[in-house]
Design a protein around this ligand. Structure first.
Ligand code: MG
Length: 327
C-alpha cells in the first residue's frame, strides 16, 4: 500500500507537470501522391510501369547484332545488340545463363556484358568455379570493382541481375557534377551497394568520364560465347515530387511553432523538470527526517515507560518477599 506521503507527492508532481500537449512535426513539403504501380506476379516479372525490352518472343526493342531467339530466350550472337530507346536513372532486370556445355576458361567462358548507357559494363561471365581477375568476374564493374561476393549459379541455370542505376551528371563546361552510381543484386544477393563509377569501362584505358547526355541505350555484349538472356525489362526512375510550402514546423497544442522555438521550449522544459525533481527530493528528505525524529522520540518515551514499569514491578516483588519472610 502507498503511504499517504507518496500519494500526496505523486499528485503534486502531476499538478506541476500540467496537462499533456499534443506535438506533431510537419516537414512543410506538400508531396504529390506516389503513382500506383502493380507488381508482376513474381518479383522477376515486369511491373505495370516497366518497359519490356525482351519478353522471350522478339528483339524488336533492339538494333544491331545477329542474335537468335529460341525457346523463350535470346542467344548472344554476332555483334552487340542495343536498345532503340534510351534511359537515364533506372532499375534494370536481366536474366542470363552461361552455356550448359562449359567451354574455355577465365574471360573466355560465358562472357557477355550489360553496357549501361552504352558505356558502363556490368560484367556477365560464367564465374562458377572459373578463376579470373576479380574485377572482371560476373557482376563486377569491369576493371573498376569486383562484386562483394560471388553469387553465381551453375552453368545452364538462370541468373538474375537487378541493377539500380544513377546516371552521371555533367556541368555545362563538361566537368563531372556527380558521378554514376550502381547497385547490383545478383540472384537476390546484394553484390554492389551504391558503387561510385570512375568512368566508362575500357579494356585498355584508365576509366575517366567524358561528357554525355542524360540518357543512353543499353547494349549487350558479344564476346563470342553463346550466353542466353531472357526477361529483360527496365523502369525509368523518377524521384518523389514535392513542393516546399513553408519551413518545417511543429504543431504544439494546436499552435504552429518554428522548429527552433520548439527546440528551445523543450530545452526549457527539460531544465524546469530537473529543478522540479530536485525540489521534490528535498521535500521528501525533510519529511523522512522529521518522521524518523518523531519515531525515535516515541521509541525513547516507550523505553522509559517500560523501564519504570519494570522497576515498579521489581520493587513490588521485593516488598512481597519481605512480608512473606518468617519472623
Ligand atoms: Mg564482358
Amino acid at each position: 500500500m502507498k503511504s499517504p506521503l507518496s500519494v500526496a507527492l505523486l499528485a503534486l508532481t502531476a499538478l506541476l507537470a500540467g496537462p499533456a500537449v499534443a506535438q506533431d512535426y510537419k516537414s512543410g513539403i506538400e508531396w504529390q501522391e506516389p503513382p500506383v504501380v502493380t507488381p508482376g506476379p513474381t518479383n522477376s516479372e515486369p511491373p505495370s510501369d516497366a518497359v519490356v525490352l525482351f519478353d522471350g518472343t522478339d528483339m524488336s526493342a533492339f538494333t544491331g547484332g545477329k542474335w537468335e531467339v529460341k525457346e523463350g530466350a535470346v542467344y548472344s550472337g554476332k555483334g552487340y545488340v542495343t536498345t532503340k530507346q534510351e534511359f537515364g536513372d533506372m532499375q534494370l532486370h536481366v536474366e542470363w545463363s552461361a552455356p550448359t556445355v562449359v567451354k574455355g576458361n577465365g574471360q573466355g567462358r560465358g562472357n557477355s556484358g550489360v553496357y549501361i548507357m552504352g558505356k558502363y559494363e556490368v560484367q556477365v561471365l560464367d564465374s562458377y568455379d572459373n578463376p579470373t581477375y576479380f574485377d572482371g568476374q560476373a557482376a563486377s564493374i569491369y576493371k573498376q570493382t569486383p562484386p562483394m561476393v560471388n553469387a553465381m549459379r551453375k552453368p545452364g541455370e538462370w541468373n538474375t541481375y537487378d541493377i539500380f542505376w544513377t546516371a552521371p551528371r555533367f556541368k555545362v563546361n563538361g566537368d563531372v557534377e556527380t558521378p554514376a552510381y550502381v547497385t547490383v543484386v545478383h540472384n537476390g544477393i546484394l553484390v554492389l551497394n551504391h558503387f561510385e563509377l570512375m568512368g566508362p569501362s575500357s579494356y585498355t584505358d584508365a576509366p575517366h568520364y567524358k561528357v554525355h547526355g542524360p540518357t543512353g541505350p543499353i547494349s549487350f555484349q558479344d564476346h563470342g560465347n553463346p550466353v542466353r538472356f531472357r526477361n529483360i525489362w527496365v523502369r525509368e526512375l523518377h524521384p518523389p515530387v514535392g513542393r516546399r510550402v513553408s519551413p518545417p514546423y511543429v504543431m504544439s497544442g494546436g499552435k504552429k511553432m518554428s522548429v527552433a522555438d520548439y527546440t528551445a521550449q523543450k530545452e526549457r522544459q527539460k531544465k524546469d523538470k530537473a529543478l522540479q525533481r530536485e525540489k521534490e527530493a528535498a521535500v521528501k528528505a525533510a519529511v523522512k527526517a522529521a518522521l524518523q525524529e518523531f519515531e525515535a522520540k516515541q521509541a525513547a518515551k516507550q523505553a522509559a515507560a517500560d523501564a519504570a514499569a519494570a522497576a515498579a514491578a521489581e520493587a513490588a516483588d521485593k516488598a512481597e518477599a519481605a512480608a512473606d519472610k518468617p519472623k
